[in-house]
Design a binder for this molecule. Sequence first.
Ligand code: SF4
Length: 203
Amino acid sequence: MTVFYTLGDKLYVNITNRCSCDCVFCLRGSGKGVGSAETLWLEREPDLDEIKTAFGAVKLDGLTEVVFCGYGEPTERAEIVIAACEHIKSKCNLPVRLNTNGLVKLIEPAFILSSLEIFDSVSISLNAADEEEYLRVTKPKFGTETYSALLDFAREAKKHTNVFFTVVDVIGEEQVQKCRELAKSMEIPLRVRHFVGNNESYS
Ligand code: SF4
């Protein structure tokens, strides 16, 4: 069971295969593994002790960042993701990032946003510049309220940590440009990632 895997100089944390979206460009649809991981499909979700044990076995030499990002949305396990981050921060000096779809308040309404302070940064998948396009490309189970919830999350999260949006370039230049304008209006940086599939480009 792969909980930690590397790609380049980053260490990734794979704690769940659950996700409330079904994005048309999700890597889960194009292969089993990413980077050093043969497969990111989990037999079951690791508990906190298993995550701690697995982290203890990781060689940190040469790594520059720890990123919660696997074959699923980390905040599907919001409590565990915070506790695992706290553990990692207590054991090393590497910066820790959360990659998220930004829907934790729909997944877990009781989630306390100030707990994001434990992360050095939070990367939010913006995916589209308007609700209609967002619903088309991400197919969220929460329906029409999802896009506004994502934007609300971003506005609130940036009060507690460094936040940036990401989009993949496969959404097209017109959408990318609109995303740039939206991100600018919210005073949140936007990173545009070149999408080339598993093992080559993963935020
Ligand atoms: S939010 Fe991420 S994990 Fe979930 S379907 Fe979209 S790309 Fe895949």
